[in-house]
Design a protein around this ligand. Sequence first.
Ligand code: KIV
Ligand code: ZN
Length: 393
Amino acid sequence: MTVEANSAPKDRVRIFDTTLRDGEQSPGATMTHAEKLEIAQLLDEMGVDIIEAGFPIASEGDFEAVRDIAKLSRDATICGLARANLTDIDRCWEAVKEARSPRIHTFIGTSPLHRAIPNLTMDEMAERIHQTVTHARNLCDNVQWSPMDATRTEWDYLKRVVEIAIKAGATTINIPDTVGYTAPVESADLIRRLIAEVEGGEDVIFATHCHNDLGLATANALAAVAGGARQIECTINGLGERAGNTALEEVVMAMRVRGDIMPFTTGIDTTKIMNISRRVATVSGFQVQPNKAIVGKNAFAHESGIHQDGMLKNAETFEIMRPADIGLAETSLVMGKHSGRAALRAKLKDLGYELGDNQLKDVFVRFKALADRKKEVYDEDLIALMTDAAMEA
Ligand code: KIV
Ligand code: ZN
């Protein structure tokens, strides 16, 4: 058995962040060297287990970023990506080798469509996998192997190549849903079957790497964990090619909030989520949609009267997490045409106005008229409204 497979309790899920590799591959998301170092440091500080820092053969810049992230790493394992050839793997090792804990991640597309690209027969590809994983393992004792497009690879062939990679020394087997094609029930079954039927399957860590083309990446990743995967590959804000990757903040908070049915732990300090989400949005230029789960601007905002009233009485009425759990100062009660009297009274109190019932009645009418003309009523609007009301009184 490998040391890594057994060093953590069975319910501990490793978080493998690929914001700097798969995330940065999104068209237009390129980050500078300094930005990559900053994000890697934030990931390390928040408790990410493995940081995939880049694809060292892709460019001199990528190589230097992975090398410098490796040198500066603190607790996280630093991983680089390499295609299934010796030159890529050597370059990857050069970049990661100074990390306190380095990892080489090598991959090849194994589905019929992907096999057609290098024009290899099934046997030739199997031989290539044996040769490249053996080479990587001779350089580094922490090797991850991925059959790209695993979820569209024939079962018999997938089983065969995973066994070859394990025998050649891979310590983590990642099962990518490269095109976001799989469904949660299949995701769980595939991992369960691999662990049960692949020779040596119980001795390695199985990882799940999901893309979000059908909006199923988070569900598929969590289903894979239910099936036995113990590493989730993900990115901050779900950044990634096309519709993106599994969002780190979603899987981590889902396991935390629903520990009753997903009894798994991670090493993530969730109070650091909001800060890193904002930094990744800024440096990548990919703004987070307002209704994005966990980190969207509206994720902890309430406008309707019923919701605001409920929130003022007991936050648990409409919130399943506390804003502080992800590092947000407080819930925001957005003042708009759906807001009710209780929220207006509370908001005005915050702004220093204590109103009697009759006064509130009058101000509420003015507020509703204003809210009908404006999407959102800001603090300054309310102050102006109170000044007008005072002048007319
Ligand atoms: O989506 C994918 O298949 C990948 C591999 C390189 C792991 O990103
Ligand atoms: Zn990917």
